[in-house]
Design a protein around this ligand. Structure first.
Ligand SMILES: COc1ccc(Cl)c(-c2nnc3c(C)nc4ccc(C(=O)NCC(C)C)cc4n23)c1
Ligand SMILES: [Mg+2]
Ligand SMILES: [Zn+2]
Length: 344
């Protein structure tokens, strides 16, 4: 078995070098979900290399390769919260660093960039396709471990990430000095915990103040707010791609949400509307989500980085498609067609 794993792992790191079918990998419009599944680990390695992290932080390639495969194995095959989501989130972190020159223009340090990319890769590890309120409501093991501090799932994703770093031959931070090591773990913690959407709302106010007051590069609080903002941008980056991607993402998310709703009904509790396949109107929910969360967030990003303005334009386009789909959906759902097929 180990032999088979070894050859498979070696295989998944050889073939992306000669994969000339991929163009525009470092452009905002590129969809990471179009990368062949078996090439994804290799493209993660490529991102670490292109950002200079392998040399700067003296990361052994075999250690990084093993770390990537353990992270990939740490994800379950949930409809949305799976390895492909993790890969796409990490890819957007790469796009931000490359296209906004975050490290060159010292918005973030190289160490913060390394922690940022690793955090995105690990941010949803071992997700079960159910959200924080499900954990507490149904008294899961994870709730018994973490519900007193909140952000139950995010604390679990962090714990799983630490386990992988402590696994033989997987510690990609082994060449760091002790102060760099403790800083990178601190960054990992802040970044992964900041992907809890409810804590994003708390920070959104401070982020707006930071942007209107003007970002100060050497203000540690500004740095922390900026990294938290980047993490949520990456987590929601499917919204910045063309309609096909956002539609497919919505299908996966509501597949996961409605399964949780079914589970809650079978346990005798009433699910939230967005989790209830009998009540939810996906176009309405998506217009709300984009209006209340996605647009303000990426407008903040574009305020700081004008190069990110095209992302806002794409999000507005997608929102208009959902608005157009709204009455289409009502019309069709009258005669029972609830499915997303009707959307172009
Ligand atoms: C950043 O962390 C997460 C965690 C989990 C998910 Cl699924 C998402 C996420 N990523 N894309 C989406 C899209 C397209 N629609 C969504 C609609 C609702 C919600 C949701 O959780 N609403 C309740 C909350 C506001 C208290 C999340 C949605 N979402 C992001
Ligand atoms: Mg998450
Ligand atoms: Zn996520």
């Amino acid at each position: 078995h180990m032999k088979q794993v070894e050859t498979e792992s070696v295989q998944s790191f050889l073939n992306c070098r000669d994969d000339h079918s991929i163009k525009d990998f470092d452009k905002f419009h590129f969809s990471p979900r179009s990368v062949p599944y078996k090439h994804m680990p290799c493209y993660v390695l490529k991102m670490f290399g292109e950002l200079g992290f392998i040399n700067t932080w003296r990361i052994k390639t075999t250690t990084l390769a093993r770390f990537i495969l353990f992270v990939k194995k740490g994800y379950r095959d949930a409809p949305y919260h799976n390895w492909v989501h993790a890969f796409s989130v990490a890819h957007f972190a790469y796009l931000l660093m490359v296209n906004l020159n975050l490290i060159k223009n010292d918005y973030i340090t190289s160490l913060q960039g390394l922690a940022f990319l690793v955090s995105c890769l690990c941010h949803d590890i071992d997700h079960r396709g159910t959200n924080n309120s499900f954990q507490t409501k149904c008294g899961t093991v994870l709730a018994s471990l973490y519900s007193s501090e909140g952000s139950v799932m995010e604390r679990h994703h962090l714990a799983q990430s630490m386990c992988i770093l402590n696994t033989d031959g997987c510690n990609i931070f082994e060449s760091l000095s002790s102060e760099e090591y403790s800083e990178v773990l601190d960054l990992l913690r802040n970044n992964i915990l900041s992907t809890d959407l409810t804590s994003h709302f708390r920070m959104a106010e401070q982020q707006r103040e930071m942007i209107s007051a003007g970002f100060k590069k050497n203000d540690p609080t500004h740095r922390k707010l900026l990294l938290a903002m980047f993490m949520t941008c990456c987590d929601l980056s499917d919204q910045t791609k063309d309609w096909r991607v956002t539609k497919k993402t919505a299908e996966q998310i509501y597949d996961e949400f409605f399964s949780q709703g079914d589970l809650e009904k079978s346990m005798g509790t009433a699910p939230a509307e967005m989790m209830d396949r009998e009540r939810a109107s996906i176009p309405d929910l998506q217009v709300q989500f984009i209006t209340n969360l996605v647009l303000p967030l990426f407008k903040n990003l574009a305020d700081l980085f004008p190069a990110a303005q095209p992302l806002v334009d794409t999000i507005i386009n997608n929102k208009n498609v959902w608005k157009h789909a709204r009455h289409l959906f009502q019309e069709y759902s009258q005669n029972g067609t609830k499915s997303m097929e009707i959307l172009l």
